[in-house]
Design a protein around this ligand. Structure first.
Ligand SMILES: Nc1ncnc2c1ncn2[C@@H]1O[C@H](COP(=O)(O)OP(=O)(O)OP(=O)(O)O)[C@@H](O)[C@H]1O
Ligand SMILES: [Mg+2]
Length: 425
C-alpha cells in the first residue's frame, strides 16, 4: 500500500518531523477508533509501526550522509593518493590491499564511517570483488570487534532448515532436533551477523528475518520463549535487490531495512591500478602457503594480466596466481595460464638457432635478437591494445600500414589477441 511511497519521496520535500507527526496522529486515531473491527485495526497498527520504524532508519541514514558529506566537503581537494594515505593513517584496518580508484576509496570511506555505528550495511558488487572481506573490515573497525562475527550463507541452506539455522530450535521441534540449539543470531549477540548472499533468501525466510530485525527479538523454532538479541547486521549480495524488490522477488521493506548504509564494491576491471598491488600481495601469500620463492612474471605475462578483464574479479586473480605459483616454478609465462584464457600466441622467447652462440657471427646474433625484440614489442602492444591495430599504431606512434607490415613479417595474427576479450564478455 501507500507505505512504500514514503520511501520513494523521502529524498524530496517530505520532512521527517511532519511525517512522524502524521504517523503519530494516525496511530492515536486508530488506537481509539470505535468503528473499526479488531483484525483491521491490528493490521493497520502494525503497518504504521513499521512505517515509523522505517522513517527513523531513514533519519539515521540522513544524519549519517550529512556528516559524511560535511567531511567530504572539507577534503574535496584531496587527491586519490591522499585519500588512500588518510585511510592508512587513521589506522583503518583492511586485511588486504587497496589502490587509488576513486570508486573504491569512496566505498572504503563509507565503510570506515559506518563501522563504528550499529547501522545495518548492505554490501553489493560482482562475484569475487571482496564483499566478504569488506564485511569483516566493517566488523573489525567497529566497537564490536572483540565480539563474535558470525557469517551465514543464505543461499546455501535448505529452506526447511533456514529458520532453525538463523534463530535456533527447541529440542523436539522437528524430526532430528535432538537437543536445544541456538541459531546464528543468538551466537552473534553483542557482535555482528553477516548475511551473505541475502538475495537468495526465500520469501518466507525474508518475512521471518524482517520480524527479528524490527523487534530485536526472536523465538527459537518450537519455543514460546522470546529472546532479546543485539546483533549488528551486515548483508551482501551480487544481485540487484532493488530491482528484485520491484519484481516482487525480494521484500521491499526488508531491502530498506538492510540497506541503511550501502557499500558498493567496483569490479576489478574498474580499478586496475590495484592489480600490481594484488600481484605482490598474492605472490607473497602463495609463496608463504606453498613454501617457495615468490613467483616472477615475464613482461608479456604481466602485460596480459594487467589487461585481462577478470570476470571473476579479485578471486580469479588470486586463483590464477596460486595456480601459477604451484605449476610454474620460479618464472611464469603465458603458457602457465589456464587454457580458457591463454592467448594463442606462439610461446617462443629464446634465440631460434641451435648452433652454440660463439660459433655464430655476432652480426647475425644481433640481427636475430633485434628481430625477437621487435616481435616481443609488437606482441605486448597487441595484448594491450586487445588486438586493435589502430590503437596499437596510435600508442607506439607508428604508421598503421607499417604496423601491418611488421605484424605480417613476424606472423602475428590480430585475432589471436582478441580471443580473451571475446571469451570474457
Ligand atoms: N582488496 C583485496 N586485497 C586482498 N585480497 C582480496 C581483496 N579483495 C578480495 N580479496 C580476496 O579475494 C577473494 C574473494 O573475496 P570475497 O570472498 O570477499 O569476495 P565476494 O565478493 O564475497 O565473492 P562472492 O560474491 O563470490 O561471494 C578472497 O580470497 C579475498 O580475501
Ligand atoms: Mg562472498
Amino acid at each position: 500500500m501507500k507505505l512504500y511511497n514514503v520511501h520513494k519521496n523521502s529524498g524530496g520535500s517530505l520532512s521527517y518531523a511532519s511525517l512522524l507527526e502524521k504517523i503519530e496522529f494516525m496511530r492515536s486515531s486508530l488506537r481509539w477508533a470505535q468503528k473499526l473491527e479488531g483484525p483491521e485495526v491490528q493490521k493497520l497498527l502494525n503497518q504504521t509501526n513499521i512505517l515509523r520504524e522505517e522513517v527513523m532508519q531513514l533519519s539515521h541514514k540522513d544524519r549519517f550522509l550529512q556528516a559524511s558529506s560535511e567531511k567530504g566537503r572539507k577534503t574535496r581537494k584531496s587527491t586519490a593518493a591522499e585519500r588512500r594515505q588518510g585511510l592508512l593513517d587513521r589506522d583503518f584496518v583492511f586485511e588486504g590491499v587497496f589502490g587509488e580508484s576513486p570508486k573504491l576509496l569512496e566505498s572504503l570511506e563509507i565503510a570506515e564511517k559506518a563501522a563504528p555505528t550499529d547501522l545495518p550495511v548492505l554490501i553489493d558488487g560482482e562475484s569475487g570483488t571482496g564483499k566478504e572481506l569488506m564485511a569483516k573490515v566493517i566488523h573489525t573497525n567497529g566497537g564490536r570487534a572483540e565480539q563474535p562475527y558470525i557469517s551465514i550463507n543464505c543461499g546455501a541452506i535448505p529452506e526447511n532448515l533456514l529458520e532453525s539455522e538463523l534463530f535456533g530450535h527447541k529440542k523436539g521441534a522437528f524430526t532430528g532436533a535432538s537437543s536445544d540449539r541456538k541459531g546464528k543470531f543468538e551466537s552473534a549477540d553483542g557482535g555482528t551477523i553477516f548475511l551473505d548472499e541475502i538475495g537468495e533468501l526465500p520469501l518466507q525466510g525474508q518475512v521471518k528475518l524482517l520480524r527479528v530485525l524490527q523487534s530485536n527479538e526472536l523465538q527459537r523454532v518450537g519455543s514460546d520463549q522470546v529472546t532479546h538479541v543485539d546483533a549488528r547486521v551486515v548483508a551482501a549480495t551480487n544481485r540487484n535487490l532493488l530491482e528484485m524488490s520491484q519484481n516482487g522477488q525480494f521484500r521491499e521493506d526488508l531491502y530498506y531495512r538492510l540497506s541503511v548504509i550501502n557499500v558498493t564494491i567496483p569490479p576489478l576491471r574498474e580499478r586496475r591500478d590495484e592489480i600490481p598491488l594484488l600481484f605482490d600481495y598474492f605472490t607473497d601469500e602463495a609463496a608463504g602457503n606453498l613454501k617457495r620463492r615468490p613467483l616472477q612474471f615475464t613482461p608479456r605475462l604481466r602485460t596480459f594480466l594487467m589487461n585481462y578483464r577478470y570476470p571473476g574479479n579479485v578471486r580469479e586473480l588470486r586463483n590464477l596466481i596460486f595456480r601459477m605459483s604451484c605449476l610454474a616454478g620460479d618464472n611464469a609465462d603465458l603458457q602457465h595460464l589456464p587454457d580458457h584464457i591463454r592467448p594463442d600466441v606462439p610461446i617462443q622467447n629464446e634465440l631460434k638457432s641451435n648452433i652454440p652462440l660463439l660459433e655464430r657471427r655476432l652480426s647475425e646474433v644481433k640481427k636475430e635478437a633485434s628481430s625477437e625484440a621487435e616481435k616481443l614489442y609488437l606482441e605486448q602492444g597487441l595484448m594491450e591494445a586487445g588486438g586493435k591495430v589502430v590503437a596499437l599504431a596510435r600508442k607506439i606512434d607508428m604508421n598503421r600500414s607499417h604496423v601491418w607490415t611488421l605484424l605480417k613479417k613476424h606472423g602475428l595474427k590480430v585475432e589471436d589477441y582478441r580471443k580473451e576479450e571475446k571469451k570474457s564478455v
